[in-house]
Design a protein around this ligand. Structure first.
Ligand SMILES: C[C@@](CO)(OP(=O)(O)O)[C@H](O)COP(=O)(O)OP(=O)(O)OC[C@H]1O[C@@H](n2ccc(N)nc2=O)[C@H](O)[C@@H]1O
Ligand SMILES: Nc1ncnc2c1ncn2[C@@H]1O[C@H](COP(=O)(O)OP(=O)(O)O)[C@@H](O)[C@H]1O
Length: 310
């Protein structure tokens, strides 16, 4: 009888995010700023496959593969190793990332892959980790990682890792104006501090108008409430972004905002037709390197294939 070695692999789909609101409070002694943020997951996704392997390894494929590290600094590798080590599993795994989330764009693609690897390893090893255990490992990996597990729309506080779900109705239509050159998250926070100087910074609180608009599915209301306290810092480091934002607002977007620490500029549109028209204008303008469309809210990291490869 021929014996065929079966390799187990689990594929997890994981979403990008846009911060509908990002209020940045004071810098604390631990090096992070207090935040009040409304995370919104969109269906621009990476697929992360975790497979049994003889050694640790990572392969990245897809449109944005070039800018992603494949060594131990990759957040998905860190996440996978963390589960093996913390829970005493022997063995090693190979991570394959099919990357469709822009890199260093303020859309938390690395965090999304970290969350996906946690879910993938949990399934592969049949580890049975609770939601709380996964959330706690995620928070150790990075401030944005817990939200990628959560998905949907959620209020983030602390450094962004403490989450509460927000009730929403309806769907959102987005156009994202991308840049090939990324912005470093720590550099943007540091620029925000520099611009603020010594002025006192108040404790950040969520906007009740945004909560009401989300509850009602009022896309015009959501558009009016978009706010990002890191936007001026992103403009300061990459001044062209302001023109990209103005161009979108002049061409049919209901609202626009720099996504997280940038440099992606996110435009909220009334519907699909408006989104497609805006994509054409932005692509023709050369005020960005690439334009993509997505809708929200999207699911958090979840298993899409339980693959058996022989
Ligand atoms: C700005 C945001 C908005 O959602 O997203 P991105 O634009 O990066 O996607 C996040 O706050 C990014 O979260 P994340 O990318 O997970 O950051 P971490 O790895 O935890 O921290 C990287 C660095 O960012 C700064 N940082 C991060 C979070 C926070 N609340 N205050 C901070 O000052 C710190 O300098 C920290 O060393
Ligand atoms: N799996 C990953 N995917 C993308 N970037 C990663 C990954 N793991 C580590 N990184 C590093 O994280 C940095 C930030 O990437 P990313 O999470 O895409 O952006 P942002 O922090 O702007 O949301 C990248 O420049 C890269 O060096």
């Amino acid at each position: 009888m021929s014996s065929v070695r079966t390799i187990l692999g689990v594929t997890v789909r994981t979403p990008a995010k846009v911060n509908l609101e990002l209020r940045v409070g004071p810098l604390r002694d631990h090096g992070y700023h207090d935040l009040s943020t409304v995370f919104h997951a969109v269906d621009l996704t990476d697929n992360v496959t975790v497979s049994e392997a003889g050694d640790w390894g990572c392969t990245v494929v897809g449109p944005y593969a070039d800018n992603v590290p494949t060594d131990a600094s990759n957040l998905a590798v860190q996440a996978a190793r963390m589960v093996y080590e913390r829970y005493g599993f022997t063995g090693t795994a190979h991570i394959t990332i099919d990357k469709s989330i822009p890199v260093a764009g303020g859309m938390a693609g690395g965090s999304a892959d970290g969350a996906a690897a946690l879910v993938g390893v949990d399934a592969l090893l049949d580890a049975g980790l609770s939601k709380q255990e996964l959330q706690s490992l995620a928070a150790e990996l990075g401030s944005d990682v817990p939200f990628a597990l959560f998905g949907g729309t959620a209020l983030g506080s602390g450094r962004g890792e403490q989450l509460a779900p927000i009730l929403t109705q309806g769907r959102t239509e987005w156009v994202f104006a991308l840049r090939h050159e990324g912005l470093s998250t720590p550099a943007v926070y540091a620029e925000c501090d520099r611009l603020r100087g010594t002025a006192p910074v108040s404790t950040p609180e969520p906007s009740q108008s945004l909560m009401a608009a989300l509850r009602a599915g009022d896309v015009h209301g959501i558009a009016r409430c978009l706010r990002n306290d890191l936007q001026d810092a992103a403009f300061s480091l990459m001044p062209d972004l302001e023109q990209t934002l103005d161009l979108g607002l002049d061409n049919g977007a209901l609202g626009g905002i720099v996504s997280g620490s940038g440099p992606t500029v996110a435009f909220l549109c009334a519907g699909r037709a408006d989104a497609l028209e805006l994509m054409v204008v932005l692509a023709a303008s050369k005020s960005c390197d690439e334009v993509v469309r997505a809708t929200g809210p999207a699911h958090g990291a979840h298993v899409v294939h339980d693959v058996r490869m022989s």
